[in-house]
Design a protein around this ligand. Structure first.
Ligand SMILES: *Cc1c(COP(=O)(O)O)cnc(C)c1O
Length: 440
């Protein structure tokens, strides 16, 4: 047996073997320089921003798109465009990125969390209806890790209860549900171009809708609530609603457009790499690999694996076993670690309920319900946080060469669980944030 790196052996995946995301080429440089040549750096009507909106609306299959400065801004804009606010509730999965829920608070509404599905990690549609009250205005499903949520069921529940659906598609650019792109199902949807995301712009967001009213409101919300004169097309500098400053800039817009040309190609590489990784892991019955229902595609923003100590015959808790495996894999040079470490409602923001300050919006006089966020209400999300890890590096330009090294490292570690367990308390922190996506 080859000695594990954690036990003093040689590291399998050499330093620098994992290439960062996104691949940046000459076409990206040309796109960004074009902005400088045009001497136009920002503006809702600036050429790169306008072109990006048109191209993204066409890509997703929607009538309208507004480019924003973040995915969070696009989500908040969708809630504000639907005039969701004080006294309203919005349903959101208990396991996602914080922004799916904090945007609801930004809109002064109350997030109501629903546990996730055991296999897809998306919102558990069988638990949505029991959370609907007369205050509920919307469902905000998330296409987590790049896998579309159960859209047919969600849309049917929404229709039955007269709710709108706002898709958080920030992790799922290009993913399809029954042959249609995510972002084209709900009344509105939001995407993110944060560096880590499948469509990278550095930072940025994209709001989409087919509805002319939502589009018109979104347009005003994006720019201070200010109106544009119909005749002159100039701002009138008289805000008629409370708006924000959610415009993007020309540099990220131009870069995003350039990256968009390779989105499908890059997603296909991710899918190929992730299929290879699943193949590598398939020999271990104690490892759970991503589940993809046959009616949808997964674009693998992240690859999630779960470990079952009982099935592996290891006498550790799921958390201890997962951490021990992360340490051993990390020492072999495999990038692993968790992104979200707890269900969203377990975060201090929801436990303290200070919100905007002094307890708002939970204590608003227009809200007559006492909400407590009890983590015990989200057992599936909680269990996931014990035993999952993200295996990073499945992004392009990584390919078969890197995966062969991953295979070697994984077989080495998984074939020597005694040594893994022996080193479970070593002073090692497995982490990947900052190393391939962005600076903290
Ligand atoms: C990244 C992300 C967001 C927020 O996007 P930003 O561009 O970072 O504001 C929202 N929801 C989910 C699920 C995300 O992954």
């Amino acid at each position: 047996m080859t000695k594990l790196a954690i036990d003093g052996g040689k590291r399998t995946v050499p330093e620098g073997a994992i290439k960062p995301w996104p691949p940046i080429g000459q076409m990206d440089r040309d796109a960004v320089l074009r902005v400088f040549d045009n001497q136009m750096l920002c503006g809702a009507g600036a050429p790169e921003t306008v072109a990006l909106q048109k191209e993204w609306a066409e890509y997703v299959g929607r009538k309208h798109c507004l480019a924003t400065n973040s995915g969070t801004a696009a989500l908040h804009m969708a809630l504000a465009a639907a005039q969701i606010g004080v006294g309203d509730e919005v349903i959101v999965p208990a396991y996602t990125f914080l922004a799916s829920a904090s945007c609801i608070l930004h809109a002064n509404a109350i997030p109501i969390f629903v546990d996730i599905d055991e296999r897809t990690y998306n919102i558990d549609v069988s638990k949505i209806e029991e959370k609907i009250t007369e205050r509920t205005k919307a469902i905000l499903p998330v296409h987590l890790h790049g896998l579309p949520a159960d859209l047919d069921e969600i849309l049917a529940i929404a229709k039955k209860h007269n709710l709108i659906v706002i898709e958080d598609a920030c992790q799922a650019h290009g993913a399809e549900y029954k042959g249609k792109k995510v972002g084209s199902f709900g009344e509105m949807a939001a995407f993110s171009q944060n560096s880590s995301k499948n469509l990278c712009g550095g930072e940025g967001g994209l709001f989409v809708t087919d509805d002319d009213t939502y589009m018109m409101r979104g347009d005003m919300l994006r720019m201070f609530g200010d109106e544009i004169d119909d005749e002159t097309q100039l701002r009138v500098y008289n805000a008629s609603i409370l708006g924000y400053m959610y415009r993007t800039q020309e540099l990220p817009a131009a870069f995003t457009r350039s990256q968009l040309k390779r989105l499908d190609e890059n997603n296909a590489i991710r899918q190929k790499n992730c299929a290879a990784l699943t193949e590598i892991l398939s020999g271990y019955d104690w490892v759970t690999t991503p589940y993809v229902p046959s009616d949808r595609t997964h674009v693998y923003w992240m690859y999630i694996a779960r470990f079952d100590p009982k099935k592996a015959g290891v006498d550790l808790s799921p958390r201890e076993f997962r951490v021990a495996l992360e340490k051993a894999l990390h020492m072999e040079g495999v990038l692993v670690g968790q992104w979200q470490i707890m269900p969203v409602p377990a975060q201090d923001l929801f436990q303290t309920k200070i919100g905007h300050g002094k307890g708002f919006p939970w204590n608003s006089k227009f809200y007559d319900r006492e909400i407590t966020y009890d983590v015990a209400d989200y057992p599936v999300a909680s269990a996931l946080c014990e035993d999952y890890t993200v295996i990073v590096g499945t992004n392009p330009p990584n390919g078969s060469e890197m995966l062969e090294r991953y295979a070697e490292a994984i077989h080495k570690v998984f074939g020597d669980l005694d040594t893994v367990v022996k080193h479970k308390d070593d002073d090692i922190v497995a982490h990947f944030s900052g190393s391939i996506f962005m600076a903290a």
